[in-house]
Write a protein that binds this ligand. Structure first.
Ligand code: MF3
Ligand code: CO
Length: 236
C-alpha cells in the first residue's frame, strides 16, 4: 500500500535526522538510509530511476533538489539540509522530504524551512475530490511570496501509486480554478520547493543536482496526500 510506503519513508527521514550533525558526510547518510530501508523491508524508489545513482537525495543550502550523496560533502554547522526519501513496498511507492538545520543557523533559514512546511499545510485546504491542481499551486505560491520567498517553477509535485511519478503534475504555482481535476482516492505528492532569491535554477555538471542560479538558499518539504470526497488524508 502507498500508505505503508509513505509511513516508512517518513520514518526513515525522522531517523536520518538524528545523524544530521556537523562533520558527517552526505555519503554516510546514504549508507545509513540503505541500512534503514533494509531493516524496514522497503526498496529505494530513486536508485536507478532515470539513472539516478543513489538511494536518497540530499540537497544542501543553495541546492534545491536531487543532490547526490558524496563522500567529500561534509555537513557543517549552519547548513540547511533537505532529505528526500522515496521507497517502494509491494509495488507501491511513497515519497517525502523535509529540510533541517545543522546545529544553529540563521533565523532567515529557519523561516525558509517553516514557510516550506506551512505552504504544504495551507495547501491542504484545496485538496478534495473535484478541486484542481491550480488551487493547490495558488495557495503555495501566494503563501510563499507573503514572506518574500519565491517558489521553484521547474519542479512540481505529482501523482503517486504504482509508479513514483503519475499524473497529474502538481506545480507550486497556479491560478484558482485552473489545472487538472483531482479525483477521490487519487494520491498526490505535494512538494513545495522554495528559495530566498529569484527561485531560478540550473543543473550542475553531474546532471542531477538542481541549484539556485543566485546561490541563495532553498528548502523543500514533501508529503503524499490521499484525496477524499470532502477533504484529504496526509499519509506520512
Ligand atoms: N522525490 C523526487 C520527486 O518527487 C524524486 C527524486 S528523482 C530521483 O520528484 F531521480 F532522484 F529519484
Ligand atoms: Co516527489
Amino acid at each position: 500500500m502507498v500508505k505503508f510506503a509513505c509511513k516508512k519513508a517518513r520514518e526513515i527521514i525522522e531517523e536520518l535526522k538524528e545523524y544530521l550533525v556537523d562533520g558527517i558526510s552526505t555519503y554516510e547518510l546514504e549508507l545509513k538510509s540503505i541500512e534503514l530501508m533494509k531493516k524496514k523491508k522497503v526498496e529505494s524508489a530513486f536508485k536507478g530511476y532515470k539513472g539516478y545513482p543513489a538511494n536518497i537525495c540530499i540537497s544542501v543550502n543553495y541546492e534545491v533538489v536531487h543532490g547526490i550523496p558524496k563522500k567529500g560533502k561534509i555537513l557543517k554547522e549552519g547548513d540547511i539540509v533537505s532529505i528526500d526519501v522515496g521507497v517502494k513496498y509491494n509495488g507501491f511507492y511513497g515519497d517525502c522530504a523535509d529540510t533541517f538545520p545543522i546545529g544553529k543557523t540563521e533565523v532567515k533559514y529557519i523561516k525558509l524551512i517553516e514557510v516550506a512546511r506551512n505552504a504544504f499545510k495551507k495547501s491542504l485546504k484545496a485538496v478534495y475530490s473535484g478541486s484542481k491542481t491550480g488551487n493547490i499551486g495558488y495557495i503555495i505560491e501566494n503563501f510563499t511570496k507573503k514572506y518574500g520567498f519565491s517558489v521553484i517553477k521547474e519542479f512540481a509535485g505529482h501523482g503517486i501509486g504504482k509508479n513514483l511519478h503519475l499524473k497529474p503534475e502538481i506545480p507550486n504555482f497556479g491560478e484558482k480554478g485552473k489545472g487538472d481535476i483531482l479525483y477521490e482516492n487519487q494520491i498526490i505528492a505535494i512538494e513545495p520547493m522554495i528559495a530566498e532569491g529569484t527561485g531560478e535554477i540550473e543543473i550542475l555538471q553531474d546532471g542531477w543536482t538542481a541549484v539556485t542560479k543566485d546561490r541563495k538558499f532553498s528548502a523543500h518539504y514533501e508529503n503524499c496526500v490521499l484525496i477524499k470526497k470532502d477533504g484529504c488524508e496526509v499519509l506520512s
